[in-house]
Design a protein around this ligand. Sequence first.
Ligand code: MG
Length: 371
Amino acid sequence: MNIKQLEIFAIDLPLIEPFIVSYDTYPSMPSIIVKLTTECGLVGWGEAVPDDHVTGETFEGTYAVLKHRLAPQLIGENPMNFERIHELMDSLVKNAPAAKAAIDIACFDVTGKKLGVPVYQLIGGRYHENFPITHVLSIGEPEKMAMQAAEKVAEGYRSFKMKVGRDVASDVARIKAVRERVGETIAIRVDVNQGWRNSGNTLQALAQLEEVGLDWLEQPVVADDIDAMVEIKSKTAVPVMIDEGICNFRDMREIIAKRAADKVNIKLMKCGGIYRANQLAAMAEMAGMECQIGSMLESSIGSSAGFHVAFSKKVMTSVELTGPLKFSKDIGNLRASYKIPFIELGTGVGLGVEIDESMLAELTQYSDVIR
Ligand code: MG
């Protein structure tokens, strides 16, 4: 089974409401879809959602890497040879993890279809039956965030990830407002997205949040400052998670060597796809760290790829793939798998997602075919 053709689609996924984090505001989500067709006529789907702030990949650059560097060299390769495919991609372009993730996901999808099994069956089998799904609250005024949290509790959510990262004083007010509104039994995780910059600000914030009861604190300091995470971890009882600071093997090696985190947030778009995420998960497990599969807000394709990794690994203790709940239009049908407050992964072959190609055409801004 060899790759005959790769189609690349630049699309724009409309969000129900803007997604706001400390470093940007997204009115809609640009995404790159890859359609892989084999000589035997099977089709696999992949997706790249590059985040310029996190991996340095731009949307345009990722599209160009796929079109000019990766896709032409992959024609004729067997998509079931994951190790070989990754070695080939790494020899062509350093880094570029989102572009590589798109190829990797399409290869896993088509391999599952070829073998008649879900992707999770290729990477360890089903471990988790279902996962609680967390609602992500965009940064807003304390009262607005508290109100949204209350609405989501009424819908059935039992946990929140609060996006903060403006400044310590207003962020502490946001977190306290949500805690007061939802009560003690709802789990609250806080993602600062680097916004508190350093360990001094972070420890100051944590001192004011002692009574609030946080599940964990995610990426309070700038991504590259692993030593600041070491200091924070040594001075607080709140578990700390690294997100922007962990992309690849090199980052993971430093985090393990320095014991810099209790948890790591693995994203397919940061590490290069399903195959690499599995390898990072094994490294984390070896070091006694828990893992989360996080998201750049991917469509049904990228989100389901993340779920297959999460559902197959014991070391995965949370998932945050909520793209399909946040888009007003999606190219796949994963939304039906969300049974709030849980996500239930189906047993369909490959990614288990049905693609609506007319919706893909509607959302496509430009595309290319490489054969
Ligand atoms: Mg994060």
